[in-house]
Design a protein around this ligand. Sequence first.
Ligand SMILES: Cc1cc2nc3c(=O)[nH]c(=O)nc-3n(C[C@H](O)[C@H](O)[C@H](O)COP(=O)(O)O)c2cc1C
Length: 344
Amino acid sequence: MASAKDYDAAARAIRQLTPEPPPGSLDTERLVRLATLAASNHNSQPWKFHIERDRITVLPDYKRRLPVVDTDDRQLFHSLGCAVENLVQAAAAQGFDAEPTYSSTVDGIVVQLERSAWAKANELYAAIPHRQCVRKPYDGQPLGRAELAKLTGIGRGSRAQTLILVTEAAKEAVTEFVTQGNALQLTDRAYRRELAAWMRFNNGEAMRRGDGRSARATGRLLPLPGLLARLMSKQIFDPESHSARDAKQIRRSAGVAVFVASEDDKSTWIDVGRACQRFALQATALDIRTAFINQPIHARALQSQFDEWLQLKGERAMLMLRFGHGPKAPFSLRRPVDEVIVKS
Ligand SMILES: Cc1cc2nc3c(=O)[nH]c(=O)nc-3n(C[C@H](O)[C@H](O)[C@H](O)COP(=O)(O)O)c2cc1C
């Protein structure tokens, strides 16, 4: 049986990168590995990468879609946006400007790479292997002004905006929405079944699959044999205990970032994913932790109420992160790079 030590060694190996190529020469496989370290819903890693000489196309892998929680694939495209953001930062570190554009012809994001004397590694790039979702209580302290200013500026995309909420009243209101979201989602059998299918309830299963939400990284479940755990999903995904934990975690966060946009198409979903990943990388660079709390957005019945509470006019909330200083957590796993590269 694989131990926590085996699991952590596997997670470390995934983040141990090959040496930097000489400046100005491209190592596309390295770029793809760094892209795959991005966040994705349920760690579904719904991406494929088609590599050409000076171009990488990031394609959706619809076999990995989440039809219950993500009926229209918007979260899948947010996840692709997260991977694209890592790719852009990693390309800069190799001396290349990366220009991503969504192409409806290929239904993917074409990332054109161009050598540039100005492109170089920055703190967001350095943060890529260290970024993680930390689903633990943080230290309950507010952030400093300079930290907040950096985070506020970074989540702005060409189509995305970030709202930062830090007051106790706002955190309480978000907690209430998250509680309602848990009550809706976790009492829905189809939702629980889909979530259970992506849970990796023990270290061996997590390491074999290299995807999904591992018990070790999520920190929420006792490692159990997968079949037994899936049969117990009603008990494991109990809304009340989840909400009690979420409430404590939101109250002990410094604040909440909501990523909003006015358009509602694939290009926008990608841009929102990019903004969110950039925010998480900047937070990581500042030694600040982040975790998603998307329940009021994913539970469709709550979405318009949540947008109204945020006083959005013609925009809608698409993703939400809590943030704050706090402990680290075990890292999530990834599939081998070979599995995500599409050969021409
Ligand atoms: C679009 C999107 C939606 C997500 N939704 C949730 C969520 O509702 N709850 C949660 O705990 N994590 C959520 N996540 C985080 C993923 O579960 C996480 O990125 C994945 O397990 C990989 O772990 P890592 O980010 O620590 O590498 C989401 C991530 C993305 C990109």
